[in-house]
Design a protein around this ligand. Structure first.
Ligand SMILES: [Fe+2]
Length: 422
């Protein structure tokens, strides 16, 4: 790579913002002067890319975004090639997005499936304290999730992130089930494995219900002894499930491994690398992503882009590096429900992903550059007639836009009275 002084970079407005999957040899990477701490997944090492290997290394390094200078990029032809895969990653997407059923239709069926699943999670997390576990509804719950993902992946994906109608714990059980099934489907796992991962996601924190409440709900930092007790929850959950007749073996295995780390720093056994099951790594990805993007009493919901940036930093540490790369690719740069600013200064909500061209999703414009509301329309950024592009994602609170409302997500039932705080 030929290096030039970063100060020679043009103003970011004259540069082109691409997904790293769109890079090619012959493009000139520019440093837009953005603080890397704000955008850890933005590749900023300035210079001309001279080989395909350089391009592959950037994408395989987990970087998502890059600015290029078109004037110094002989290979730039306005519409960049989307063909470059996350080179170097053995885990690749095979079944990215199901769009068999329109979003507006599937989101209703998805919301019903989501509500049923949350109700079931509430029941089993309570019952297990009394030594009861009725697993009979679980397979139907997971089948409904799998069917909805087949029909339209965007529906459940947006419900996971935007629907917050019940306690975090129960929503989280369901969301981990959905996101991990979605990923298993994306990387081409067989139906039986997707089913196992969906069940494991649902039950992954079952053992938490068996941790003494004074530790589970402690409104303070846990002592070392308490932390060790808390860390038994994967084993406690595993023990409840391992002997269930006809259970798919990957279910208890994923539950046991969901806090093991790639570098061996996890628990309960400190396993590392390939000793941690693939299903365990998959549930861990979904667990962390949902935790980061959820609103809690003590924190706001983090925009998906920022969460993916943090997960990228966790590659090779807590998370399997190739799986993180594939996970980022699955969700794209702007997952459904993201609030984005367009190049004309307007704000909108991403309503459908585009896995071939991740920086060109479908957007519903909401407000113009002056903050005035726009008439409802749908803008496909990949359409040949379109001249607009996404400049950046914007936190919902800053934009004053509720993506759930814009996407027309059905309202959820009122939160049930909680008997137990989790
Ligand atoms: Fe856990």
């Amino acid at each position: 790579m030929a290096y030039h002084n970063a100060k020679t970079a043009k103003a970011a407005g004259a540069l082109k913002h691409l997904h790293t999957l769109e890079l090619k040899a012959g493009m000139y990477v520019a440093d837009p002067g953005i603080d890397w701490r704000e955008r850890p997944y933005l590749y900023m090492r300035e210079g001309l890319l001279v080989s395909d290997d350089e391009v592959r290394n950037i994408a395989a390094g987990g970087y998502l975004e890059v600015y290029i200078d078109p004037d110094r990029s002989p290979a730039y032809t306005d519409v960049a090639s989307p063909e470059v895969e996350l080179a170097g990653a053995e885990v690749r997407g095979k079944a990215p997005v199901g769009h068999k059923v329109p979003f507006a239709v599937e989101v209703r069926a998805g919301a019903e499936a989501h509500d049923a699943a949350v109700g079931y999670a509430r029941a089993f997390m309570s019952d297990i304290r009394f030594g009861k576990l009725d697993m009979s509804p679980a397979s139907n719950i997971v089948e409904r999730i799998m069917r909805s993902l087949e029909n339209n992946t965007d529906a459940l994906q947006s419900l996971c992130r935007l629907r917050r109608t019940d306690s975090y714990t129960y929503m989280h059980c369901v969301n981990v089930s959905i996101i991990s099934s979605m990923f298993a489907r994306y990387v081409g796992k067989e139906t039986q494995t997707i089913r196992a991962i969906g069940l494991a996601g649902l039950f992954h924190d079952l053992g938490k219900a068996l941790v003494p409440p004074q530790i589970l709900n402690a409104p303070r930092r846990l002592s070392d002894t308490e932390r060790l007790i808390m860390n038994t929850h994967p084993t406690l959950g595993y023990e409840q499930i391992e002997n269930v007749p006809d259970i798919i073996p990957e279910v208890p295995q994923a539950m046991l491994h969901h806090h093991e780390c790639y570098n061996g720093a996890g628990y309960p056994s400190g396993l590392s690398g390939d000793d941690v099951s693939e299903v365990g790594y998959i549930v861990a990805l979904a667990d962390i992503y949902d935790a980061l993007t959820s609103k809690r009493i003590y924190k706001d919901a983090m925009p998906p882009q920022r969460a993916l940036g943090i997960m990228y930093e966790m590659r090779g540490k807590a998370l399997h590096p190739e799986m993180v790369a594939a996970f980022i690719r699955m969700l794209g740069v702007y997952p459904v429900g993201s609030v984005v600013e367009l190049s004309d200064g307007s704000l909108g909500v991403v309503s459908a992903g585009n896995t071939d061209m991740p920086v060109k999703p479908v957007v519903i414009p909401v407000k113009d550059a002056d903050g005035a509301y726009l008439p409802k329309s749908v803008l496909d950024l990949a359409s040949p007639d379109n001249t607009l592009s996404i400049v950046r994602s914007v936190p919902e609170s800053t934009a004053g836009i509720d993506p759930a409302e814009v996407l027309g997500l059905p309202a959820g039932p009122p939160a049930a009275t909680q008997r137990h705080k989790l």
